[in-house]
Design a protein around this ligand. Structure first.
Ligand SMILES: Cc1ncc(C[n+]2csc(CCOP(=O)(O)OP(=O)(O)O)c2C)c(N)n1
Length: 595
């Protein structure tokens, strides 16, 4: 038997598991893996080659996010696999399934001063959900069974909730190129172990207990973290928020567009006095999903110290983000809210059920809460923040600045956009401003680790995954230029639009307390840089639209977003000091309006 048969069978096992997308980065040691996928009938036209492994892995992440399916990465030995590490960590914390296949020297040649050899065992350490050593020699039937079993375990582990990246290190002995005329063959009788996803529902006794606790709890607050869009969860939460007026607080990365949720927490929590905040404190906090964007919300919840905090998560480790966790409910959030849907909430919003004033709070920008207003609720504060924001941006004397330009770019998003928000100001601005209503926008952001190193590539992966859907990336200049190799491959992405907010540096450092007060701000934090995207657009055949004023921006947006524009970069040039002054004015207005 061909000594590489077990390696070729990797492609067969992947195909039989229904895995469709593979990203390769070229190398010699990985040749058997490359050829296994390149010659397999299931992967004709599905195999993509991306030379920069850091980019390749983030493109894989973007693909897996968009399709919600496992993506395979294949690279050669040495530092190639290390370059996957940022995306592997992001996938780990965002729970995205990746199967990472790294070719390696056989064990006897590690640490022997052989070329392109590093210590690849457990390369991603605590950031891989699992790590497997593929056997170097599979000539014995038991070893072949081991190899096949191990690959099945790796695939199942990557997909089982919470999903994540799994590493399989594949040592390969020479010769690893087939001789002329030699075929790469696949054994369709390979071992396949399928794992069905767990479908957990709460047992009746637990539902009863949870219901009793809910009724007795007093004020209930639901807070969502980052998660993919889910129609069943949206429906279940709609009921809760609409019929029972339970506040559901949803940052922009929670993908709860269809829920009548509280969304402007970043605004009002930054301005409210301690006394007003006390009125919003929950007795029972219910959370689900992953990280939050709003720092004000995080601080509020940490200070709030609710008597009870339930976190809904079907499986996996649970974080005590607000230091108040009292109960982990092992069920999918949608199932929880469906099963609890019939509970009779008497007073879960803390101020009586179905108060119509929640949705019609007559707030003004100057005094949104009002001195004679009824007791403050989340919904009233949210409505007040919405009218505050509209009033703030209505001012006609604004200088051309990033925050306002960002708002206009968001307003122009096409229906059905997959919106990618880079770290850090892009995702923060979006969280403050919110999304235009009724456009069915799904939001993605690398908030697993909040890196700036793969934002372009992740969006490129999304654009490749869904060529019929507009994919829009909103990004700052440092994140954009950091990840230039995202565009360095041969796959067209006509549906990709990048809005690049170029203030010639890491503008965030001029906006946040700490760095902005330091004399080293410009040189060591903001890091002024002079690049524009013009040359990059020429290099990678992207349409280039530079703008420097509101008028130019308004004129460019429809052209830029038009379907026939093709892949394009809209570069919005602003001045970082003007941006900082404008954002400071916003902060001051928030304080004045809400305190
Ligand atoms: C890999 C990585 N390196 C460094 C950072 C720290 N960091 C966070 S934001 C930022 C600057 C980003 O600048 P830019 O892309 O222009 O966007 P903005 O300032 O508008 O957020 C840096 C360096 C990070 N998050 N990730």
């Amino acid at each position: 038997m061909n000594p590489l048969q077990a390696v070729f069978n990797i492609a067969e096992i992947c195909a039989q598991h229904g895995i469709t997308d593979v990203i390769l980065s070229p190398g010699s040691r990985s040749a058997p893996l490359t050829l296994a996928f390149a010659r397999h009938p299931a992967y004709q036209g599905r195999l993509r080659v991306v030379p920069d492994e850091r980019t390749a892995a983030f493109i894989g992440l973007g693909l897996a996010q968009a399709t919600r399916r496992l993506v395979v990465l294949v690279c050669t030995s040495g530092t190639a696999g290390l370059n996957y590490a940022p995306a592997v960590a992001e996938a780990f914390f965002q729970q995205i399934p990746l199967l990472v296949l790294t070719a390696d020297r056989p064990p006897e040649w590690v640490d022997q001063l052989d070329g392109q050899t590093i210590r690849q065992r457990d390369l991603y350490g605590a950031h891989a959900k699992g790590t497997f050593d593929f056997p170097a020699d599979t000539s014995h039937p038991d070893a072949k069974w081991h190899a096949e079993r191990l690959l099945n375990e790796a695939i199942n582990l990557a997909q089982a909730g919470p999903a994540g990246p799994v590493h399989v290190n594949v040592p390969l002995r020479e010769p690893f190129y087939p001789k002329a005329g030699e075929e790469v063959s696949y054994e369709q009788s390979v071992k396949i172990i399928r794992e069905n996803p767990a479908h957990t529902v709460l047992p009746p006794a637990e539902i009863l207990d949870l219901r009793q606790q809910l009724r007795a709890a007093g004020r209930v607050l639901v807070v969502a973290g980052q998660q993919a869009a889910s129609a069943s969860l949206t429906t279940a939460l709609y009921e809760l928020a609409e019929a029972h007026q339970v506040p559901v607080v949803a940052d922009v990365i929670t993908n709860l567009g269809g829920v009548p949720a509280v969304r402007r927490q970043d605004i009002f929590l930054a301005g409210l006095s301690k006394e007003d905040k006390a009125a919003l404190k929950p007795d029972l906090l219910i959370t689900f999903g992953q990280s939050l964007i709003s720092k004000s919300l995080k601080i509020f919840l940490r200070d709030a110290a609710p008597a009870q905090h339930w976190h809904l998560q079907a499986a996996g480790e649970v974080a005590d983000t607000f230091r108040s966790l009292t109960r982990i409910v092992r069920v999918a959030p949608a199932t929880f809210f469906q099963q609890l849907a019939v509970f009779e909430i008497k007073d879960c919003n803390g101020s009586g059920v179905s108060d119509p004033s929640f949705s019609t709070a007559a707030a003004t920008a100057s005094n949104p809460i009002g001195s004679t207003a009824p007791a403050l609720t989340w919904q009233r504060a949210d409505a007040a923040a919405a009218s505050f924001l509209a009033g703030f941006f209505a001012a006609t004397d604004q200088p051309f600045n990033e925050f306002s330009a960002f708002r206009r770019a968001l307003a122009g998003l096409p229906k059905g956009t997959a919106l990618h928000l880079a770290n850090s100001m892009a995702v923060r601005y979006a969280n403050i401003i919110g999304l235009p209503e009724g456009r069915q926008i799904d939001v993605f952001a690398n908030r697993g680790t909040s890196g700036i190193d793969g934002c372009n590539s992740t969006a490129v992966g999304a654009a490749l995954a869904q060529p019929e859907r507009p994919v829009v990336l909103l990004t700052g200049d440092v994140a954009f230029f950091y990840d230039r190799n995202a565009f360095w491959h041969n796959y067209p992405t006509p549906n990709l639009r990048v809005v690049l907010f170029n203030n010639h540096g890491g503008g965030i450092f001029r906006l946040i307390d700490g760095p902005r007060q330091q004399p080293e701000l410009a040189e060591f934090f903001e890091t002024t840089q002079a690049l524009t995207a013009e040359n990059l657009c020429r290099d990678f055949s992207l349409r280039y639209l530079p703008v420097t004023s509101f008028a130019e921006l308004e004129a460019a947006l429809p052209v830029f977003f038009a379907a026939e524009s093709g892949a394009a970069v809209l570069e919005i040039f602003t001045d970082s000091k003007t941006n900082a002054a404008f954002f400071e004015a916003y902060r001051a207005a928030v304080k004045a309006a809400f305190s």
